[in-house]
Design a protein around this ligand. Structure first.
Ligand code: ZN
Length: 139
């Protein structure tokens, strides 16, 4: 993964986020904070039984924290809660200890954030959205 592509994807999600707004309806709402960088996100999910049918976020903070939340929502809307938690497990493991190429394929665009594992100061930024989602789903 080249640095240029990494930067392009992070920039794109900051300039034109797909999910940076509260959805019209939501039944779950939780704020996540990363004090070490000053990142804040409020995550909203709408669920129907076991399926995440819609979602969005509001927030403020560095480019990595906001892009990572936007990419996460792209991946989890339409998935079951269990699938969303599985993706978050993979994401956390990718950042903390590394995962196989096949596992990285499952993470699709979120796989570009693997390079954050070499930037210890940014790890909390990258995991903020995922960590908030896990807490929201009670995992
Ligand atoms: Zn940050």
């Amino acid at each position: 993964m080249s640095n240029t592509l990494y930067n392009e994807i992070i920039n794109e999600h900051n300039l034109r986020p797909y999910h940076k707004q509260a959805p019209a309806e939501s039944d779950l709402k939780l704020e996540g904070v990363n004090p070490s960088c000053g990142d804040v996100i409020t995550l909203y999910l709408k669920t129907d039984g076991d399926v995440i049918t819609d979602g969005g976020y509001e927030g403020d903070g560095c480019a990595i924290s906001q892009a990572s939340a936007d990419i996460m929502l792209d991946m989890i809307i339409g998935k079951s809660k269990d699938e969303a938690l599985h993706l978050s497990d993979l994401f956390m493991r990718m950042i903390k200890e590394g995962i196989s190429e096949e596992e990285k394929d499952e993470l699709m665009e979120a796989g570009i954030l693997e390079s954050v594992s070499h930037m210890p100061a940014r790890v909390k930024c990258a995991v903020l959205g995922w960590r908030t989602m896990r807490e929201m789903l009670g995992a």
